[in-house]
Design a protein around this ligand. Structure first.
Ligand code: SAH
Ligand code: SF4
Ligand code: F3S
Length: 440
């Protein structure tokens, strides 16, 4: 227990990890603002720093401890530190024991309690809250008021899939879907506050299910259709999807619902059935490829994205080559790839035949080269197309604007535009990470 300190007046929330953590970070900032605190300006000291952490790989977790150690204000004093997110959930007690400067530890299912915990901490009481209460934290959060042109909306949380390498089922708990009516309401507020594009989020977003306003059970496509009815909402995206939850209805929606953008992040993880089975992915290479075929049949221009893990325990050279072959066949528009990282408490961590660091490095390099090649090819293929771009912000150069194409490519152009506007652009040049366009 430490002595009392003045209540914090300014705060900073630093989010790591996935987009759901970004969403949670925004909600925590809104909570603190509702208590009368203000966000510290860029470069200024904050009285309270919330580290909204990620536990997915070892590197991400170690970063938390180095960040805690480095947090100092200009006068040398430590700010009030709160650790939130998935490391808080997984290692709450350990953080409290290892880092005395941390006064608050709060998990992803209980961050609605952050303000009172901060007040207690300022009064000298350190506290940990990592329960996964059944009652919805969302109900306790303030109503949303302002939004950037692109907004995140968490619709589903948790995971029941238990891939053998992954901590998410332990840090985020069981799969739950937020109620339809709450989501329609939150989306309405986001759009009223300026959002033109909403990305629906969930660890398994396509497992979302609920009861619509007519009492019918609907899936994510039903939710997307309801949101699309709002004329001021122009684009809908969703992430991350699991191949096994890709329903007929959702696939069909890609062919019918104009506001549903032609982009799908559908991680496969590996291109070999033995490895997929050991990962407990419950899909095969063939079932995944067949799924892509059905999606491409209704939406031929769909941009595909994925996640890959190289060096899963026992992965042989030939099994890795299968992953390269899958990548070549799919030709992803973009993809993320990671070296396998053993996570405490997961089944894979105790599997035999861990792959050496040097082999993992080499595999990752080869995979990333293949992915980069496809990404550049996808962008080059887009040159000559005319498409909508939703303007998100100003670019580095005078008169330059940045936004996204329907296929989630970054596009820059100069001319008469404004943030939040949808403009028509002809794509004239492509690099690996962005395209340049000309206003039409
Ligand atoms: N729910 C999503 C995202 C999970 S985390 C999904 O199922 O796709 C994002 C990515 O991190 C995963 O897709 C996986 O590729 C990677 N990942 C998860 N655990 C990992 C581990 N232990 N080591 C390396 N990468 C991992
Ligand atoms: Fe992790 Fe698998 Fe669940 Fe994705 S589906 S969050 S990789 S356990
Ligand atoms: Fe990381 Fe937790 Fe997201 S572990 S990837 S922040 S769900």
């Amino acid at each position: 227990m430490s002595s009392a300190a003045p209540s914090p007046k300014t705060f900073r929330v630093k989010s790591f990890g996935c987009q759901m953590n970004v969403y949670d970070g925004e909600r925590m900032a809104e909570l603190l603002a509702a208590e009368g605190m203000s966000a510290a300006a860029e470069g200024d000291d904050a009285d309270l720093v919330v580290l909204n952490t990620c536990h997915i790989r070892e590197k991400a977790t170690e970063k938390v401890y180095s960040d805690i150690g480095r947090l100092r204000r200009d006068d040398g004093s430590a700010p009030l530190i709160a650790v939130a997110g998935c490391v808080a959930q997984a290692e709450g007690e350990e953080i409290m024991a290892r880092a005395p400067s941390v006064k608050v530890v709060v998990g992803p299912q209980s961050y609605h309690r952050l303000p009172e915990m901060v007040a207690d901490a300022a009064a000298g009481k350190r506290a940990t809250e990592t329960d996964m209460p059944a009652e919805a934290k969302f109900a306790a959060l303030p109503k949303r008021r302002k939004s950037a042109p692109t907004a995140f909306l968490t619709v589903q949380e948790g995971c029941d899939k238990f891939c053998t390498y992954c901590v998410v089922p332990y840090t985020r708990g069981a799969e739950i879907s937020r109620p339809f009516a709450d989501l329609v309401e939150e989306a309405k507020l986001l759009v009223a506050g300026g959002a033109r594009e909403i990305t629906l989020l969930g660890q398994n977003v396509n497992a979302w299910t609920g009861e619509d306003d007519k009492g019918r059970t609907v899936g994510l496509d039903g939710l997307a259709r309801a949101l699309a009815a709002n004329p001021d909402l122009l684009r809908i995206r969703y992430t991350t999807s699991h191949p096994n939850d890709m329903t007929d209805g959702l696939i069909a929606a890609h062919g019918e619902l104009e506001k549903l953008m032609p982009f799908l992040h559908l991680p496969v993880q590996a291109g070999n059935d033995r490895v997929l089975k050991a990962m407990n992915r419950s899909h095969t290479v063939d079932s995944y490829m067949a799924l892509l075929e059905r999606i491409r049949a209704v939406r031929p221009d769909i941009a595909l994205s994925g996640d890959f893990i190289v060096g899963f325990p026992g992965e042989t050279d030939t099994e890795f080559e299968d992953t390269l072959r899958l990548v070549e066949q799919v030709a992803y528009a973009q993809a993320f790839s990671f070296k396998y990282s053993p996570r405490p408490g997961t089944p894979a961590a105790t599997m035999p035949d861990h792959v050496s660091a040097s082999v993992m490095d080499e595999r990752l390099q080869r995979l990333q080269a293949a992915i980069n090649r496809d990404q550049l090819a996808f962008n080059k293929d887009s040159v000559g197309k005319t498409c909508d771009v939703l303007v998100e912000r100003r670019g580095k150069h005078r008169g330059q604007w940045l936004g996204k194409s329907p296929w989630l490519q970054s596009v820059h152009f100069t001319g008469d535009a404004d943030i939040g506007q949808m403009v028509t652009v002809e794509l004239v040049d492509a690099g690996p990470n962005s395209l340049s366009g000309r206003l039409v």
